[in-house]
Design a binder for this molecule. Sequence first.
Ligand SMILES: C[S@@+](CC[C@H](N)C(=O)[O-])C[C@H]1O[C@@H](n2cnc3c(N)ncnc32)[C@H](O)[C@@H]1O
Length: 213
Amino acid sequence: MSENVWNERYRQQERLWTMKTEPKIIKYLDLIEEGNILDLGIGEGRNSLPFTIDGFKIYGTDISEIALERCRENLGSKNSVLTNCDIRDYEIEQNKFTFIIASYILNFFKKSEINIIMDKIRKGVMKNGIVYVGALSLLEPNYKEIKIKCDEVEENTFYLENKKSFAHFFTQEELKEYFKDFEIICCMEGVEYDHGHGEPHYHGIIEFMARKK
Ligand SMILES: C[S@@+](CC[C@H](N)C(=O)[O-])C[C@H]1O[C@@H](n2cnc3c(N)ncnc32)[C@H](O)[C@@H]1O
């Protein structure tokens, strides 16, 4: 989806997402060392909220300037550096981050683009640094319908004509393969109720956290 489409979504609602930080991030907060945090597709900043304290500097990127304006309000500008860009064009500095968050952003790209982003994430996180990926999986309720109706342009990546967007659905094996040299902290898949935005609905998700050795 383009920058305009995302800005339009944000414009339509004063608060597009819940401000609750993902519980898995809270659960493993004590594993995250002080330093630089990178939140890719940061949205309104819910997952970076725990890091608005001394000792952390938050780097956030988003394609929507409206999302970033809300981040500035929610996170404050003292400890945050927010960049308005497409994450496919964002250069991640190597070995800079103690925590990299990719929360419900990677599904919007095709597999070949995800390969490049994952490579940057792997290199961007420093030793003992942690990666969090939250992503839609093959358990997503409309996955089977999409598989029948839409073009599978790359493995588990479909082009959704109505959204003018790619949709990639992840497997646990795929995430483990991207981070095969990392120590896995959690890799959990399931279906969950989402009442955080719009009409309540279900998502099939994987939550994955791993630490660089
Ligand atoms: C589903 S929301 C998730 C927001 C946030 N990560 C969270 O978990 O609350 C996806 C976010 O990614 C942003 N986004 C979509 N495509 C993007 C792209 N190509 N580059 C950077 N950000 C993008 C959207 O503007 C939106 O804020």
